[in-house]
Ligand binder design. Structure first.
Ligand code: LLP
Length: 427
């Protein structure tokens, strides 16, 4: 699953003791494992190899340049959703042809940037956006390749906030409107609608919703073909699950078992946009215990990480396994599930220093006794950890370290108090 394992009661990342990294770089600290990124990416590609897919890593899940570079070296392309993400993939020299640009609200400046870059695909989410891209593309006398993001009205059975493929969400274009749009733009000089794009939600912990959505979308492709328009590509988006507790996410191979047969004889170019299934378990967040206290019947462990470093528990009620780095032989965790009640553990809430009751990282967990100064690991923080971080309460962002070749390399420095005020001073 990943390369964060206990040896002699001490957590290591690819053989490097994470305690050493925390001492060297301070806490809170994001630690990534190169080999885990590589393993996950290769497994994904191998699972779908028969379709010879273009795997566009979703930059929003983990955007550090060093991570993008290592995935690029493995053959990844990229899915971006903003001018800022576009800048990141340009910075690492990603070839434009296979970069996809998604998002419901692309600005003119972002569209012009993407055109200038020579972006491979615009994933388009509304008819007005189509018109706008056609106009801007006309200004530079170019042709933009477009995939219509369709809304297949399929329930991905995930959190309401990350459900996207159901009718009535802000995402995608309904099937009828997609067919009308493909007809309207069939002979456009500046836009070529060559693909259909789907993203159902995130995470989607079973293959069923993909199967339902693909079957519906293939029927739509056939209908569009009857109008004399050929769709050559299908982009299945991301949303493939990751193990936060263990056991909840199908393997890439088992998603593929159900998806590949639907597409193998269709002659379509296939694209994917996985984020979390590659990145979530390739990163952890290290944090130190500042204080412990009791309040009513509860015991609180107050750590130096907060919603500013990992907002997922507060935002989605998401589960992240939390455990001491120095577990000793007695407390090496048997699994990452919630129930690790055993002799010597106690029930605690792990919370951050931010001034909000919603600032918690783990609630009601059985954990070994923790005291001031203990180092604690928050697992599965590689996706949507750093990328959703903030400076709330004027907290400088935490640094990122990538473990590779038996050592931890700083790939983003800790922000300073100067960084916090710099943009205001420069006005
Ligand atoms: N493609 C599109 C169009 C997307 O909107 C997303 C995620 C992805 C791909 C990548 O999805 P993934 O494979 O990582 O599940 N912040 C939330 C997740 C929101 C995802 C938004 N879109 C979280 O922390 O769980």
């Amino acid at each position: 699953m990943d390369h964060f394992v206990y040896k002699s009661g001490q957590l290591q990342a690819e053989g490097v003791r994470v305690e050493e990294l925390a001492e060297k770089f301070g806490t809170p600290l994001y630690v990534y494992s190169r080999q885990t990124f590589v393993d996950h990416f290769r497994r994904f590609q191998a699972a779908f190899a028969e379709l010879n897919p273009c795997v566009c890593f979703s930059v929003k899940s983990c955007q550090n340049l060093a991570v993008l570079r290592l995935l690029h070296a493995e053959g990844a392309s990229f899915d971006v959703v903003s001018g800022g993400e576009l800048r990141r993939v340009r910075e690492i020299g990603a070839p434009p042809e296979s970069v996809v640009f998604a998002g419901v609200g692309k600005t003119n400046a972002e569209i012009r940037d993407a055109l200038e870059f020579g972006i491979g695909w615009f994933n388009v989410e509304s008819v007005e956006e189509l018109e706008n891209i056609a106009r801007l593309t006309g200004e530079v006398n170019r042709m933009a390749r477009v995939a219509l993001r369709v809304n297949p009205d399929v329930d991905p059975h995930t959190h309401e906030y990350t459900t996207t493929g159901k009718r009535g969400t802000k995402f995608g274009i309904d099937f009828d409107a997609s067919r009308r749009a493909s007809r309207a733009f069939a002979n456009d000089r500046n836009i070529c609608i060559a693909g259909l794009h789907l993203h159902l939600g995130s995470p989607v912990n079973s293959a069923g919703p993909y199967v339902e959505a693909i079957e519906k979308t293939l029927r739509l492709i056939d209908e569009i073909r009857r109008d004399g328009i050929t769709i050559t590509a299908i982009n299945l988006g991301g949303g493939f699950g990751a193990h936060y507790q263990g056991g909840e996410a199908p393997s890439a191979a088992s998603y593929a078992d159900q998806i590949v047969p639907l597409l193998r004889d269709r002659g379509l170019e296939v694209l994917f946009e996985p984020g979390r299934s590659i990145a979530a378990n390739a990163g952890v967040l290290l944090t130190r215990v500042l204080y412990t206290k009791r309040s009513g019947a509860r015991k609180y462990v107050i750590v130096d990480a907060a919603i500013t470093e990992l907002i997922r528990p507060a935002l989605y009620g998401a589960y992240h396994f939390v455990w001491p780095v120095a577990a000793g032989e007695v407390f090496v965790p048997a699994h990452r599930g919630a129930d690790l009640r055993m002799a010597g553990t106690e029930l605690v809430d792990v919370v951050g220093p931010v001034c909000e009751s919603g600032d918690f990282l783990a609630k009601e967990r059985w954990m070994p006794p923790l005291k001031r100064g203990d180092l604690v690991c928050i697992y599965s923080a590689g996706a949507y950890g750093m990328t959703m971080s903030s400076q709330y309460n004027s907290r400088p962002r935490a640094p990122e370290v990538l473990v590779e070749n038996d050592r931890g390399r700083l790939i983003r420095r800790r922000e300073t108090y100067n960084d916090l005020v710099a943009a205001e001073r420069e006005i």
